[in-house]
Design a protein around this ligand. Structure first.
Ligand SMILES: [Mg+2]
Length: 235
């Protein structure tokens, strides 16, 4: 579907996971299931979680944010923490939980589709999501969000260079671009660093690796909102 726009307006780059729809809460649930299984086999749940986070922190740089890497991190953490017997049973839980994640339905946050529909009349909306290309496009297809935005852009990492590149590729004029998202580390800090304005919409279940201190919360180039649907009052 080609969306029409009434006026050129701004270019709004919009994050997907935990901005438009629930995401990390499902990963947390999968980790909880695996951790419970680890604990049932007599091993420390806390140590397992610490090992997992350390592995994720180390591996996202080289292996990205996809489900395949999540599965591998869980498997490596199990192998690091559990001897046989028990390991095989916990690995079965890993397999089941990651398989469920791969095909679970998309649950939009409140008011998201209505808000996108309204914003699309006034502004150019570009879904800008990072991660495994196939994983992210599968979520876009399952959600139908491509019907509400003008473009979908999947990048491997959302750092300042990626935002500079997105601004260039999409021909965004100075002062006319905004990044909307829940992640200080991936959406807000690098977008501001690349010269974009930003809208920070915190999500309580944001992944630990996405958290960071935003240097200046009072910046004129930064808007902080509680809910996605508040965007229509500002744009
Ligand atoms: Mg996000």
């Amino acid at each position: 579907m080609v969306l029409a726009r009434r006026s050129p307006g701004f270019t709004l780059f919009i994050d997907a996971d935990d901005t438009l729809w629930e995401n990390n809460v499902y990963f947390d649930q999968a980790i909880t299931k695996v951790t419970s299984s680890v604990a049932r086999h007599g091993h420390s749940a806390t140590a397992f979680r610490e090992t997992l986070l350390t592995l994720e922190r180390a591996r996202v740089r080289t292996h990205g944010y996809g489900l395949a890497n999540f599965r591998h991190c869980l498997e490596l953490a199990c192998q690091a923490r559990l001897p046989e017997p028990g390991l095989a049973a916990v690995l079965q839980v890993v397999d089941r939980e990651v398989s469920l994640l791969a095909r679970r339905g998309i649950e939009f946050l409140p008011g998201v589709t209505e808000t996108l529909r309204e914003l699309a009349w006034r502004h150019r909306l570009i879904l800008l999501t990072k991660g495994d290309h196939d994983d992210q496009l599968a979520k876009v297809a399952r959600s139908g969000v491509h019907l509400f935005v003008h473009r979908v852009d999947v990048v491997r990492e959302k750092d300042a260079a990626a935002y500079v590149d997105a601004v260039r590729r999409h021909g965004v004029r100075t002062g006319m671009g905004w990044m909307v998202g829940n992640s200080p580390r991936s959406d807000i800090i690098p977008a501001l660093g690349a010269g974009l304005n930003a809208v920070f919409i915190p999500h309580p279940a944001t992944w630990a690796l996405e958290l960071a201190q935003i240097p200046d919360l009072t910046s004129e180039r930064l808007l902080v909102l509680e809910r996605f649907e508040e965007l229509t009052a500002h744009f």
